[in-house]
Design a protein around this ligand. Structure first.
Ligand SMILES: Cc1ncc(COP(=O)(O)O)c(C=O)c1O
Length: 336
């Protein structure tokens, strides 16, 4: 098959059975591996969809500038699209971003504005406020706004959800994904629930994020906000792409457990995935007592582990972050 450009390869990612790592989990578990997208993450889908809609509506014109506040993956997808379509791309990122992600964004020609990580979202220095400011200042700028632009959810409704349903031949009973903006979980969930209202939707959150408490109580609690390490799971705002009514269960996961699960996935299934995938896998283990042999669970693998080689896949980083014994250290390196 021939493609006219790299954007035509977005989507239609494989649904892959997990074997060894889920031996103790009742039912079957499959991974929807979004790192097969050309930008190595699920964010290619939303970036492509939102940009095409903005072009069609006239909000984005030739020579325009894409602006987004992003922890990295959406930025990478936007930078890739900007390179193909000839847009300028400016990304506001927090200082929590990994070095590899930053280099990848710059390699694709994006301009980066580094913002402090531990400031309130409404603080003028926050990466959200900086993105809004730039959008006002730059003529022809288009603010992608993945947190509140509900085309994010639509993209996953039209593609990810439909693919999971078709690939599983309608057998999916549980869908588990991390919630950042919420688009990946809720967009696909909406499609799946439309096909079968009994499909269980499990959202994954991190300690240090406000989402689970908001889901359970309706309270936005500033006291929940703490620094944490998982990237792409959890938020310090309530994004517009989380449809809380569609979620059946919210599971909170610890940094340490998520990191170890991601490492275990690589070792047992040969899937080198990102940190948030470790969180999803850990959530599966936390809810396993609710599953039966008849269940067909789909886990969302949001991105590729190559972006975390200096972090969760680095023994030294792991030892520094989680001083207790590493349960699954890397194989011994032999020096001759
Ligand atoms: C690595 C990673 N995992 C998970 C997510 C969560 O996806 P969503 O924003 O659709 O909730 C993101 C989004 O930022 C991400 O970058």
């Amino acid at each position: 098959m021939l493609y006219n450009n790299i954007l035509e390869t977005i989507g239609n990612t494989p649904l892959i059975k997990l074997n060894k790592i889920v031996e103790d989990i009742p039912g079957q578990v499959y991974a929807k591996v979004e790192s097969f997208n050309p930008g190595l993450s699920a964010k290619d889908r939303i970036a492509h969809y939102i940009i095409e809609k903005a072009e069609a509506s006239g909000q984005l014109r030739p020579g325009g500038t894409l602006i987004e506040a992003t922890s990295g993956n959406t930025g990478y997808s936007l930078a890739m699209i900007a390179a193909i379509k000839g847009y300028r791309c400016i990304l506001t990122v927090t200082s929590k971003i990994s070095e590899e992600k930053k280099c990848g964004l710059k390699a694709l020609g994006a301009e980066i504005v580094l913002c402090p990580k531990d400031v309130k979202p409404e603080d003028p220095r926050s990466y959200y406020e900086q993105a809004k400011r730039l959008t006002k200042e730059i003529p022809g700028a288009f603010y992608v706004n993945q947190n509140f632009n509900t085309q994010n959810m639509d993209a996953h409704f039209m593609t990810t959800g439909k693919e999971i349903w078709e690939q599983s031949q309608g057998k999916v009973t549980h869908y588990i994904a991390s919630t950042g903006t919420g688009g990946t979980l809720c967009g696909a969930a909406r499609y799946l629930k439309q096909q079968d209202p009994n499909t269980r939707i499990v959202a994954v959150d991190a300690y240090g994020s406000v989402l689970k408490k908001y889901y359970e109580t309706g309270i936005y609690d500033q006291n929940e906000i703490k620094p944490y390490r998982i990237e792409g799971t959890g938020k310090n705002i309530i994004p517009g792409n989380i449809d809380f009514d569609i979620i059946d269960k919210y599971v909170k996961v610890m940094d340490k457990h998520a990191a170890h699960r991601a490492r275990e996935l690589a070792r047992t299934e040969g899937i080198l995935a990102g940190y948030s995938t470790g969180a999803v896998l850990q959530a599966l283990f936390q809810i396993k007592d609710n599953l039966t042999e008849d269940d067909f669970v789909v886990l969302l693998v949001s991105d590729h582990g190559s972006r975390y080689l200096a972090k969760i896949y680095n023994d030294q980083w792991m030892e520094e972050q989680f001083p207790n014994k590493i349960t699954n250290p890397a194989p011994v390196e032999h020096t001759i």
